[in-house]
Design a protein. Structure first.
Length: 453
């Protein structure tokens, strides 16, 4: 039975991403910040000087591919682990074998895909063997290793951050798939550059998605016969790709003017308190393949730039939506972004934060060399205290009102006002509070002046 299954499996073609998996560094698409000429990771792999490391990046950017390149390049024994299927017993068995191999001078590289799925006990099982050099550990993760990888283990690994592939990288990869004998090089495919670009845009930086979509599109393409040669030609149109992705080809170019037009439309609709228009522009962007993290960043900016202290919860909602996008991604996070966009649209508006910073920045740039007043410098040594650091400083918590009349701006900027609160929403309370603070400080300064006289 096992033999029959094996023979059957041998006749099943591998998926396109597996058939095109690179075997050398030069075949890898993207990640030039790590693999370009003279870059650290490239030198490490070429010189077979691999040490324990973590590849961190979004799905489909080449983490497992790089591990395969290292496996082809290295003279060490290479063991592939899956965090989904391997338990502590499996780990210890391999570690003990690596220990024995080390005694005979053989290196062992252990690659752990999705290392963030290992619990603390499983990760701890690697630690002593990494520490004494029995194994070289290479982990791949889509999650921030600072939070998902044991601190002791992480401290012994170099983290390489991998980026989502650029659309140009994906286009190059797709064209290689159409030309390569391992891909569709032995077939005649009629596919325009606009269709290839459409697939690359849909993939959103993920090579695996790009190749899988291409394979599905080719398999569902229209087969016609060339009248002259009699050859079969597979025609892949935009409509074919739309059917395979369940996504319409919207007017959108993430690197061009339309990208900025749409984010501008979203921003201005929220600013104008129009939730219906805001949700429409949000949907236009997401359905055209925009990165939800980009939108989440813009919404977070909006929360302070256009809402601010008129509704302090706006920033909390925006940050929560940003985290949701990071944790669950598309398509699930579309509803989180919708909630944030509707909240921003309905919130009272104030641009006082933006205006305050712009005004302060102007003065900061014109007075870059203005010294910090001595009384609010931190006098941490005797020498600093002797020259006046901290002299005259008034610790607000020592006073009943929890504030003092002490000046904190440089002398040349005394009296400048940057924050001018509106009366919108909650900010009306901030405006009244600031008015009281300023009046109290002015009265105290006058009384101090009168006393001095």
């Amino acid at each position: 039975m096992n033999e029959q299954l094996t023979l059957f499996e041998q006749n099943v073609p591998q998926p396109l991403p597996a058939r095109l998996r690179p075997e050398t560094i030069d075949d890898v698409v993207g990640q030039q910040h790590l693999l370009g000429p003279g870059k650290v990771l490239r030198r490490i792999i070429e010189q077979d000087m691999v040490s324990s490391m973590i590849f961190w990046g979004p799905p489909g950017v080449g983490k497992t591919t790089l591990a395969g390149v290292i496996a082809n390049q290295t003279k060490a024994k290479f063991i592939n682990f899956s965090a989904v299927t391997s338990g502590i017993r499996d780990i210890r068995k391999v570690m003990q074998e690596a220990d024995r191999n080390r005694a005979f001078g053989e290196k062992t590289i252990v690659f752990v895909d999705e290392i963030h799925r290992f619990n603390k006990a499983q990760q701890d099982a690697f630690l002593p063997f990494v520490e004494k050099g029995s194994i070289i550990l290479i982990g791949a993760t889509t999650e921030n290793p600072s939070f998902e990888v044991n601190g002791a283990l992480l401290s012994r690994c170099k983290v390489f951050v991998m980026k989502a592939l650029e659309e140009a990288d994906l286009i190059r990869l797709l064209k290689r798939a159409l030309e390569s004998p391992s891909g569709f090089g032995d077939q005649k495919i009629d596919m325009g550059d606009d269709v290839i670009g459409m697939i690359a845009g849909f993939a959103n930086g993920d090579a695996r998605v790009a190749l899988s979509t291409l394979e599905m599109a080719v398999l569902n393409g229209e087969i016609v016969t060339d009248d002259e040669s009699g050859e079969s030609i597979t025609i892949v149109s935009k409509e074919t790709v739309e059917q395979c992705t369940s996504r319409k080809s919207l007017l959108y170019d993430k690197d061009g003017e339309e990208h900025y037009n749409l984010i501008s439309a979203l921003h201005k609709s929220m600013r104008n308190s129009d939730p219906d228009a805001a949700v429409y522009w949000l949907a236009r962007m997401l359905e055209a393949g925009e990165d939800p993290m980009y939108i989440a960043r813009r919404v977070t900016r909006f929360a302070s730039e256009d809402v601010g202290l008129a509704d302090p919860r706006a920033l909390e909602i925006a940050v929560a939506a940003f985290q949701a996008c990071h944790l669950i991604g598309m398509p699930e996070c579309s509803v989180n972004l919708t909630e944030a966009v509707v909240y921003m649209s309905m919130a009272p508006k104030s641009n006082a934060m933006e205006a305050a910073y712009i005004s302060a920045r102007r003065d900061a740039m014109e007075h870059l060399s203005e010294p910090v007043p001595l009384h609010i410098r931190n006098g941490v040594t005797d020498l600093m205290r002797n020259v006046g650091y901290g002299k005259g400083y008034q610790y607000a918590h020592d006073y009943e009102e929890k504030m003092t009349e002490m000046e904190c701006l440089p002398e040349s900027l005394r009296g400048r006002e940057y924050y001018n609160p509106t009366e919108q929403g909650v900010e009306g309370r901030f405006k009244e509070r600031l008015k009281q603070i300023k009046a109290w400080k002015e009265e105290r300064r006058r009384s101090v002046t009168d006393t001095d006289e």
